[in-house]
Design a protein around this ligand. Structure first.
Ligand code: UDP
Ligand code: MG
Length: 324
């Protein structure tokens, strides 16, 4: 990692794999061809995310014959984000490129990413302009999600979900990603003042195995957008968002209460029969709830930011040729 020459930065290719035994052989062959042609030092990091098929054995075979291959085997299936994270943590390159291992991303396009980084961009994101996926269950939700993420985070990309991305080491090394948040990396690093480029890439249909995701991804992404907006804008000051919401209900409750008191005092209304009495009480309770959760959130934020050492994945073993 330290033997880096500025003019010819080294490259790490990070590939998460969960049950991709049929794809790995071809992926490796094509990767080798492209990477050997780059004229750069490189390493290939395969992360075996708890596969239950022969992925582990195939990777071991590659590791044994190629010293540029590094295999990180996770104890169980942690998910694509933790797998990527494990790869980023163990990558040594100045440029760190991630891609899927199911042959949907074409290794032949790696030079396009490198070229953009060398032009001076810090992050280069692949945009799958053509995708062979069902319209209603995948294409439409993906378009809506990408539009929402762009609006909410202020990062103008068309395709956040694509893992085919390249980063300058400094950018990706400090990013902590949780849950399924790999699609928010460009948004999460935006605050670091990075230049982000988007390049069109091909996306091949899946030839082997199946997609590891179903429809549940739609609602998960929706809630992730709320979380990320919160993290981006309020992660160090949650009361600035929860305070106003709580105050709105509090004031509404007080207003309804005063109105009821007025009606009681001047017109002798029977409060027990009023719906607005329940709404008034409900609003005041809500206000108390939201504001106290705000205070709890403030506490949590402090704990969250001060205990970042917490791992989100567990490594079983690392197969690594000792760095020369
Ligand atoms: N993947 C992973 N862990 C998981 C799910 C997926 O490492 O829990 C890998 C998978 O092997 C592939 C990439 O992440 O290399 C993308 O997954 P997939 O092709 O299923 O996603 P899709 O292309 O359908 O969005
Ligand atoms: Mg895929």
């Amino acid at each position: 990692m330290e033997n880096v020459t500025k003019n010819n930065p080294t490259l790490s290719v990070v590939i998460p794999l969960f049950n991709e035994e049929e794809s790995i052989g071809e992926l490796y062959q094509r990767l080798k061809k492209v990477l050997d042609g780059l004229g750069k030092e490189y390493e290939i990091l395969f992360i075996n995310d708890g596969s239950t098929d022969r992925t582990g054995e195939v990777l071991k075979g590659l590791f044994q014959k190629d010293e540029k291959v590094k295999v990180i085997e996770l104890r169980t299936n942690f998910g694509k984000t933790p797998a990527l994270s494990a790869g980023f943590d163990h990558a040594r390159g100045d440029i760190i490129l991630s891609m899927d291992g199911d042959l949907q991303d074409c290794p032949e396009e790696i030079p396009l990413f490198i070229r953009k980084i060398e032009e001076g961009y810090d992050v280069v994101s692949g945009w799958r302009q053509q995708r062979d996926i069902p319209f209603f269950t995948r294409k439409l939700p993906s378009k809506v999600a990408n539009w929402m993420i762009a609006k909410v985070t202020g990062v103008n990309l068309h395709d956040f979900g694509n893992a085919y991305k390249a980063y300058r080491r400094e950018v990706i090394k400090d990013v902590k990603i949780y849950g399924d948040h790999h699609r928010f990396i460009p948004a999460l690093v935006k605050g670091m003042g990075v230049n982000i480029a988007e390049i069109p890439v091909r996306n091949e249909p899946r030839r082997y195995g199946q997609s590891k995701y179903g429809l549940e991804r739609i609602y998960k992404v929706f809630f992730d957008i709320i979380t990320v907006k919160f993290l981006l804008s309020y992660s160090t000051r949650p009361m600035h968002i929860l305070g106003p919401i709580g105050s709105f209900f509090g004031l509404l409750g007080v207003f309804l209460g005063l109105r009821l008191a007025y009606l009681k005092i001047f017109y002798g209304d029977k409060l027990g029969t009023k719906v607005s009495l329940s709404i008034c009480v409900l609003c005041i309770l809500l206000a108390v709830q939201i504001i106290t959760s705000g205070l709890l959130a403030e506490l949590l934020v402090r704990i969250y930011h001060e205990s970042q050492g917490k791992p989100i994945y567990i490594v079983k073993q690392i197969l690594e040729h000792s760095p020369s």
